[in-house]
Design a protein around this ligand. Structure first.
Ligand code: DGL
Length: 257
């Protein structure tokens, strides 16, 4: 059983990739919709939420936990590993940074929540991999609520894409890391705005590949796969959003932490 969690529907971008590659895999996904967004909260709060989320998926049998949230991956990995030393955790930062470094010679753009950008983690990891690269970052706090509302193509979303990304487009970044798992929902709009020359990076596939290498046995097809999607707050709206995204009828379980 693989565990994944995020503040809301964002981590479903990783789930989508997981089931595309391994349709028969056992997984439990938790979206902490009752307490989202995480991106404008303090490190202490994100750590506390991440520990509770990890407990939920571990109690449900997860033997490997993908932290499908950049904010928690930026702020809470040490705490998670200290709290649950027997469980391997995989964050989403390094896989994204590696893809960006492979695609850039001069500069990398990063978009993420205020907490992720403020942590400076992408700059640190990209520079470790290639110290010559310039890292240009932009926090995009309104993207997460737009995604949670399902407003993937609305006029207001297009305006925000323009407003947030214009400085990075003007600086001619060669790649753009989607440093928040909610943002792949907006990937078509972001790609259109940034233009063909910019490689837009969604780390989901790289994360799934890494997880598979960490523990290949967990990715074996089970006869009757257990695939659980749970939210800390459930609604018809969320079920519809998840169903549309995963192209499958979803009725999320209500998680009590
Ligand atoms: N999807 C999350 C991330 O990758 C969290 C966004 C939020 O809750 O603000 O950062």
């Amino acid at each position: 059983m693989i565990g994944l969690f995020d503040s809301g529907v964002g981590g479903l971008t990783v789930v989508k990739e997981l089931v595309r590659k391994y349709p028969g895999v056992d997984f439990v996904y938790l979206g902490d919709t009752a307490r989202y967004p995480y991106g404008n909260k303090s490190k202490e709060t994100v750590e506390r939420y991440a520990v509770e989320n990890a407990k939920f998926v571990i109690d449900r049998g997860a033997k490997l936990v993908i932290v499908a949230c950049n904010t928690a991956s930026s702020l809470a990995m040490d705490t998670l590993r200290a709290k649950y030393p027997d469980t391997p955790f995989l964050g989403v930062i390094k896989p994204a940074a590696e893809l960006a470094v492979a695609d850039s010679k001069k500069s990398v753009g990063v978009v993420g929540t205020r907490a992720t950008v403020g942590s400076g983690i992408y700059e640190e990891v990209v520079k470790e991999l290639n110290p010559k690269l310039k890292v240009l970052q932009k926090a995009c706090p309104l993207f997460v609520p737009l995604v949670e509302e399902g407003m993937f193509q609305d006029q207001v979303t297009k305006m925000m894409v323009r407003r947030y990304l214009m400085p990075l487009r003007q600086k001619n970044v060669e790649s753009l890391i989607l440093g928040c798992t909610h943002y792949p929902f907006l990937q078509p709009l972001i790609e259109r705005f940034m233009g063909k020359k910019v490689k837009v990076i969604n780390s989901a596939e790289a994360v799934v590949d890494k997880a598979q290498k960490m523990n290949p046995d967990l990715f074996k097809v089970s006869e009757a796969p257990k695939q659980v999607i749970a939210f800390t707050d459930t609604s018809d709206h969320l079920d519809k959003l998840a169903s549309k995204w995963l192209k499958k009828e979803i009725r999320a379980e209500k998680a009590v932490l």
